[in-house]
Design a protein around this ligand. Structure first.
Ligand code: SAM
Length: 230
């Protein structure tokens, strides 16, 4: 299944993130009004309950989540993987110890390499969602877990205001903060077309996971999808 981006523009996705890499973290904090911290905290707390020894943070970007996972799971090996080298350089500066240049559509890891795979705001950017989920299933051990964190849309009265922010305010603000308006211009469109709720849990289960569940956060502007490898 093609995601909002086609295979042909994997290269442009990588270049787009290379362009925003130096100011990515600042933009994240401002544009999410600091809520990004609470979303990562949720992921870290859930991961800690599984007591994993090998964790992959896929599409790790600037490595914020990988760093926090490592802090909270001191007995675990935490690997951050991303296909954008300038983003990984930011992660390196943050002292994320284990970093790998890797494409989520063809992961350079053996089957069942990880107890837990996390992916925050990365899956939506991958050219083929089913292939990316398939790679996550292949590299998660049986009985292991995944958490996918990504933007979604709130339901109810918040929706029109949120859409206005997403399509009109955010791209302008982000363009000003990063000097790179293009990624944020289609952020909104990619969120609109990314599968949500039961559509997403069905795709996760088709990939080989079981007990997939959606947990809306911050009124539904973000959803955490949790599942176990069957
Ligand atoms: C919005 S950033 C998220 C970074 C980080 N996970 C976070 O929560 O801040 C998306 C990241 O996904 C990475 N990415 C997109 N497609 C990818 C792919 N096919 N393989 C690996 N990384 C990918 C990008 O390079 C970028 O660093």
């Amino acid at each position: 299944m093609p995601s909002p981006f086609s295979a042909a523009n994997s290269k442009s996705i990588r270049e787009m993130f290379a362009g925003v890499a130096p100011r990515y973290d600042l933009a994240n904090q401002v544009l999410s009004f600091g809520l990004d911290r609470s979303w990562r905290k949720y992921v870290c707390e859930r991961v800690a309950t599984w007591k994993p020894t090998r964790i992959l943070d896929l599409a790790t970007g600037s490595g914020v989540l990988a760093k926090e996972l490592a802090k909270m799971n001191t007995n675990s090996l935490v690997v951050g993987a991303d296909f954008c080298i300038p983003m990984l350089k930011v992660a390196r500066k943050r002292d994320v110890e284990h970093l790998v240049v890797a494409d989520g559509l063809a992961l350079p890891f053996a089957d069942a390499s990880f107890d837990v795979i996390t992916v925050a705001f990365g899956l939506r950017n991958m050219a083929f969602l089913d292939r990316a989920l398939g790679e996550m299933a292949r590299t998660t051990r049986s009985g292991g877990h995944i958490i996918i964190l990504d933007f979604s849309l709130p339901s109810g009265p918040l929706l029109p205001a949120y859409r206005f922010y997403l399509h009109f305010i955010l791209p302008r603000l982000a363009g000003w903060l990063t000097g790179e308006p293009a990624p944020y211009q289609y952020l909104g469109d990619s969120i609109e077309s990314f599968p949500r709720g039961t559509a997403m849990t069905a795709l996760i289960e088709q990939a080989g996971f079981v007990k997939a569940a959606a947990r809306p956060l911050s009124g539904g502007i973000v959803t955490a999808y949790l599942a176990e490898r069957g």
